[in-house]
Write a new protein. Structure first.
Length: 138
């Protein structure tokens, strides 16, 4: 039997709410996604006016971070170090675009957050707002 620690709905909702509050302070509308440790969607929101593409990208960024256990900012370097590229994995959901961050409880991956809609560095900063909202909870 395998026991896993993972984010749940309550944690996902808390992170989504924190990110929406921050994103609503200004800038283009965005999408935000939270996945569990296996990359399965737990929480999601697309702000009014956000492109449908941002929805898919936010979910894919979170999925990628959870799948590899590293922030999407570092995925491309990981691929290079492994002598592979994203196409090698034959998974259309994988992305190397910044904005996906891992959530850990100690050293254990419990989920990930992905955001999309602005410059990738802004996306990542917003994902970190969601991560910070979970500090002390996970």
């Amino acid at each position: 039997m395998i026991e896993r620690k993972s984010l749940g709905l309550a944690e996902a909702q808390k992170a989504v709410q924190a990110m929406l509050e921050e994103a609503s302070k200004g800038g283009r509308p965005m999408s935000v996604a939270v996945v569990d440790a296996l990359g399965t969607l737990l929480g999601f929101a697309r702000m009014d006016g956000a492109s449908p593409l941002t929805a898919r990208m936010a979910m894919n960024k979170a999925y990628t971070a959870a799948s590899f256990g590293i922030d999407t900012r570092n995925v491309n370097e990981w691929f290079k170090g492994a002598g592979k590229d994203v196409a090698w994995y034959d998974d259309h959901r994988l992305t190397v675009v910044h904005g996906g961050v891992c959530i850990r409880s100690g050293d254990v991956l419990v989920g990930a957050i992905g955001t999309s809609g602005r410059h990738e560095d802004e996306d990542e900063a917003l994902a970190l707002v969601g991560k910070k909202a979970l500090e002390g909870i996970v």
